[in-house]
Write a protein that binds this ligand. Structure first.
Ligand SMILES: Cc1cc2nc3c(=O)[nH]c(=O)nc-3n(C[C@H](O)[C@H](O)[C@H](O)COP(=O)(O)OP(=O)(O)OC[C@H]3O[C@@H](n4cnc5c(N)ncnc54)[C@H](O)[C@@H]3O)c2cc1C
Ligand code: FES
Length: 242
């Protein structure tokens, strides 16, 4: 884990309130898909946690949704601006020993799954990817995911793809998997872990330090108290009490 100054290469709107920011610099601290970073924005004391969306030896990108003041201000960063960023946080997706992996993203929860899909491709595995959105206006980034896997889309109101959420899709369709890798709203992860515990869930928690020191992100698991920023954000689905 290390704080580095990264330079903005591009920061573009993908759809409505979803943006993609690509930064350039020393990314050597990133070891795994599913890790996250803490971005220090001008005028904010607390850093903002964002999942690694994609990375290589010189660049890292984040897919983010505008939620409050910090993420709104992040959209204003432009090419050449510098963002001090702590990289190499969290445990990431360690277990890639799936034969039929299923990647499940609810809304902006799709962010950490792109690099994961690429890592499966490196093992000559094309994963199934299930992406859930509220409605057709929120459906985005599907073409990008299609490059790396077979994509299924759900919308809550049926305005695009399957009508329902990703968990009801799984209940009603015969999509085989031996392990799933999921990130999304807590309610989706809760029903997913009731449906099956054959997988991993990436959790969010309000964070203070983001580096394991303050206990502010602690959650209760079947194996005791765990910090989302240190022992997580990726947890065995069997371990969590959602
Ligand atoms: C491990 C992790 C990975 C994340 N990855 C992504 C991602 O890839 N893309 C994305 O769009 N969002 C992601 N989030 C959520 C993102 O951190 C929040 O949306 C963002 O911090 C909101 O900041 P804000 O100033 O716009 O909102 P405000 O509500 O104004 O923020 C106030 C404070 O609450 C914190 N906060 C608010 N919402 C959250 C939240 N959901 N989780 C954690 N802290 C929060 C902020 O960091 C800030 O300190 C992630 C969160 C965590 C914990
Ligand atoms: S945010 Fe401080 S321990 Fe996790």
């Amino acid at each position: 884990m290390n704080a580095v100054d990264l330079k903005v290469l591009e920061n573009k709107q993908i759809n409505n309130d979803i943006y993609l920011i690509k930064l350039e610099g020393d990314t050597s601290e990133i070891k795994n898909s599913g890790e996250f970073a803490e971005l220090k924005l001008d005028n904010y004391y607390l850093r903002r946690p964002l999942s690694i969306h994609d990375y290589d030896s010189k660049t890292v990108s984040f897919l983010y949704k505008v939620l409050g003041h910090g993420t709104r201000d992040l959209t204003r960063y432009k090419k050449g601006d510098v963002i001090n960023t702590i990289l190499g946080l969290g445990n990431g997706f360690n277990d890639l020993n799936a034969i039929s992996p299923l990647l499940i993203g609810g809304g902006i929860g799709m962010a950490p799954l792109l690099n994961l899909a690429k890592r499966f491709n490196e093992k000559n595995i094309r994963p199934n990817i299930l992406l859930g959105f509220k409605n057709i206006n929120e459906v985005c980034y599907v073409e990008e995911f299609k490059k790396y896997g077979d994509v299924y889309v759900t919308t809550d109101d049926g305005s695009f793809g399957y009508c329902g959420n990703p968990v009801s899709f799984l209940q009603n369709n015969n999509l085989k998997f031996d392990k799933y890798y999921a990130c999304g709203p807590l309610v989706m992860l809760k029903y997913l872990t009731k449906y099956s515990t054959l997988g991993y869930v990436s959790l969010e928690a309000r964070m203070g330090c983001g580096i394991g020191a303050c206990m502010g992100c602690s959650i209760e698991t079947k194996n005791g108290i765990k910090r989302v920023c240190k022992e997580g954000p990726v947890f065995d689905a069997d371990e969590v009490n959602l």
